[in-house]
Design a protein around this ligand. Sequence first.
Ligand SMILES: CC(C)(COP(=O)(O)OP(=O)(O)OC[C@H]1O[C@@H](n2cnc3c(N)ncnc32)[C@H](O)[C@@H]1OP(=O)(O)O)[C@@H](O)C(=O)NCCC(=O)NCCS
Length: 147
Amino acid sequence: MKVRPMQDSDLDVVVELEKTVFPDPWSRISFEYELKSNPYSLPLILEHMGEIAGYAIIWRIFEEFHIANIAVHPNLQGRKMGSYFLRHILSLKENCSYAILEVRESNQRAIHLYENFGFNIIMKRTRYYRNGETALVMQKIFSKEND
Ligand SMILES: CC(C)(COP(=O)(O)OP(=O)(O)OC[C@H]1O[C@@H](n2cnc3c(N)ncnc32)[C@H](O)[C@@H]1OP(=O)(O)O)[C@@H](O)C(=O)NCCC(=O)NCCS
C-alpha cells in the first residue's frame, strides 16, 4: 500500500467511489476545486496493488488539520486500510496543533476508527446533514506524547 498526491487523472474513479460510499457525495467540481484552487488542500490517494483503494481531502489551515473527506473502497473496508491511511495522514500534520473532523452519528465504523487514533467528541451539530442527521465533531490534540 502507498499514499500519494491525488491527480486530475484520478478524478473519474474518485467521483464514482464518492457516490458509492456517501449519501451526500461531493461533486466533481468540489474535487476539482480541491485539486486546482484550494491552497490549503491536500488531496490524497491510497493505492493498493496499483489501484485506487481510497482517497482523502485534508485542509491544513494554520493550526488546524481538518480531515474533510476520507474513504476506502467498499470492497476493501474492514481490512485495516482505513487505519493505515489515517496513520499516514496524521503524519502530515506538520506544525498543526490539532486534527478535527465531522462524522455522522450513525457511522460507527468511522467513529471507532477515529477513537482508536485518540479523537474525542467535542461537539454535536444537530441536523448538520441533508437527511437531518446529527454530526459529531471529533478532535485530536497533538502533543509531543501522542505524535
Ligand atoms: C471509515 C473508513 C474510512 C474506515 O476504513 P476501513 O478500512 O474500513 O477501517 P479499518 O479496517 O481500519 O477499521 C477501523 C476500525 O473500525 C472497526 N470496525 C469495522 N467495522 C465496524 C462496524 N461495523 N462497527 C464498528 N466498528 C467497526 C474495525 O474493527 C477497526 O477497529 P479495530 O482496529 O479496533 O478492530 C471506511 O469504512 C469508509 O470508507 N467508510 C465509508 C466512508 C466514510 O464513512 N468515511 C468517513 C466519513 S467521516
